[in-house]
Each structure stands twice: as structure tokens, then as C-alpha cells.
Ligand binder design. Structure first.
Ligand code: FPP
Length: 256
């Protein structure tokens, strides 16, 4: 069989088509980021860890603007994992307070920029006032058609899968109807394409429970830069590396 024989080929590769950035390079449609290194950034300057998380938060706007310039339509940020509850209580409460103040401070700005916000993760362990602020921001930006910004908070990939199974069982779905497509509709990411590229800053080379179902064909990039220092120039280097990756999605033919 020739690899150009359309009769025997599935209709399309199992992932979305790659886009191109305004500079003509192949660009990812969906970039997911593990924003690691805030603590080490703070430590290096003799500051408390929470100052690293604040500096990491201040980094968000410039990176979102740069993503848009590169033609990225979906950005997903890993802000708090289900395992992060085991950090010192002061840091946990600090991260909750940072999320609340970012939502309250930035939601209107993001709305003006036509950004659509989404929340990925558990909501049952958030304080009612934090969840109320998040719901207000989600509602405010629901109809927006620009950049899709998702924040993974109290998110763990295994937990997401277990929660999906609970809901499938509660819905009495018979086993023969459970397909990959149906399962995907029970995940927090049901409205999102799979990530094309996952970036982890801070030099570690692991996913730490981030989007295990969704990342099976994602490209992965580990940047040595701590998240608060991750700037447009480093993003450009990452996206240049991505543009040279050859993605075959398990087949023999290539993404254009
Ligand atoms: C990992 O760095 C980072 C986090 C656990 C939190 C990331 C959160 C933010 C940047 C702020 C909130 C974000 C949003 C979207 C509102 P680390 O503490 O593990 O760093 P280390 O590995 O150097 O200790």
C-alpha cells in the first residue's frame, strides 16, 4: 500500500491541523504551560516563595499577548495541582488569594480583549467566595471569541479521569457506548482541542499529572528558565523548536 493511497487512509489524522503564525512558521493551536520555578526564582533573590508566585502572575499578560501574536488560539495554564494542597498552609492560602485577586483584577481587562476564560479542575474544595469570583469571570467572558484561556486549578489528571468515570456511571452509560470521543466529553477539557505543545519551565522533565489523557500526541518542551523570567524571547525559541518538529500522530504521513 502506498502512503498516498486515500482509499485505505482514515479521513484525517486523529489530531487537529496545525496553524501558522503570522511569521509563516508552523504554530501550535493550543499551548499548555506548567509554570514551574516560582519558588526557586524567589529563593535566588532571597524572597519568600509567595513573591515568586506573585512575579509569576505578573508575567501572564506579556506571555498571553505574545501567544496571540504567534497565532496561538488556546492557552492552558497549570496553576495549582491536586497535590499542591500538601504544601505549607501559608503557601496554599497565598496561592488561593493570588488567584482571587487576579480574577478580580484582570477579568474585565481580559473581557475587553475578547478573551474567553475557562476553569479546569475541582471546585468542591475552593472557598465559596473564590468560586463565586471565578464563576462571575467565566460568565462575563462566556461569549468571547478571541484567545481561549483555561486555568487548571485544583487539577490532577488522574483525579479528572476518576471524576469522569463517576459521572459516566451515574449517567448509566452502557459499556459498549463508551468510546474515546464520549470519554473526552466527560473531561474538564471537553470544549478544547488537545494541546499541541506542552511547555514546562524551570528545567524539570515531567508532566506531574498535567493533562495525561489529552497529551498523548502533544509535543513537549522543557525550558530551563524559571517561570517569572520566561519572556517573549524564550517563547520565541520554544515556538521555533516546535515549528521544526515533525508530527505524525502514529501514521506515516506528516502534518502540513
Ligand atoms: C510552580 O512553581 C508554580 C505553582 C505551583 C503555582 C503557579 C501559580 C502562579 C504563577 C500564580 C497563579 C496563576 C494564575 C493563572 C492566576 P514552584 O512553586 O513549584 O517552584 P519551585 O519548583 O521553584 O519550587
Amino acid at each position: 500500500m502506498s502512503d498516498t493511497d486515500n482509499r485505505t487512509r482514515p479521513a484525517s489524522p486523529p489530531a487537529q491541523e496545525g496553524g501558522h503564525s503570522p511569521n509563516g512558521r508552523k504554530a501550535p493551536d493550543h499551548v499548555a504551560i506548567i509554570m514551574d520555578g516560582n519558588g526557586r526564582w524567589a529563593q535566588r533573590q532571597g524572597l519568600p516563595r509567595l513573591e515568586g508566585h506573585r512575579a509569576g502572575t505578573d508575567n501572564l499578560n506579556r506571555i498571553l499577548e505574545a501567544m496571540e501574536k504567534h497565532g496561538v488560539r488556546y492557552v492552558t495554564l497549570f496553576a495549582f495541582s491536586t497535590e499542591n494542597w500538601s504544601r505549607p498552609w501559608e503557601e496554599v492560602m497565598g496561592l488561593m488569594a493570588i488567584l482571587k485577586s487576579v480574577v478580580e483584577r484582570e477579568a474585565l481587562n481580559l473581557h475587553r480583549k475578547n478573551v474567553r476564560l475557562r476553569y479546569l479542575g475541582r471546585t468542591d474544595r475552593l472557598s465559596p467566595d473564590l468560586w463565586a469570583s471565578i464563576q462571575w469571570a467565566l460568565e462575563l467572558t462566556r461569549a468571547n471569541t478571541g484567545l481561549n484561556l483555561s486555568v487548571a486549578f485544583d487539577y490532577g489528571g488522574r483525579d479528572e479521569i476518576v471524576q469522569a468515570i463517576h459521572r459516566i456511571v451515574k449517567d448509566n452509560i452502557p459499556p459498549e457506548q463508551i468510546t474515546e470521543e464520549l470519554f473526552g466529553r466527560y473531561l474538564y477539557t471537553k470544549d478544547l482541542p488537545d494541546p499541541d505543545l506542552i511547555i514546562r519551565t524551570g528545567g524539570e522533565q515531567r508532566l506531574s499529572g498535567f493533562l495525561p489523557w489529552q497529551s498523548v500526541y502533544s509535543e513537549y518542551y522543557s525550558s530551563l528558565v524559571f517561570w517569572p523570567d520566561f519572556d517573549e524571547a524564550e517563547l520565541d525559541r520554544v515556538l521555533l523548536a516546535y515549528s521544526h518538529r515533525e508530527r505524525r500522530f502514529g501514521s506515516l504521513y506528516h502534518e502540513k
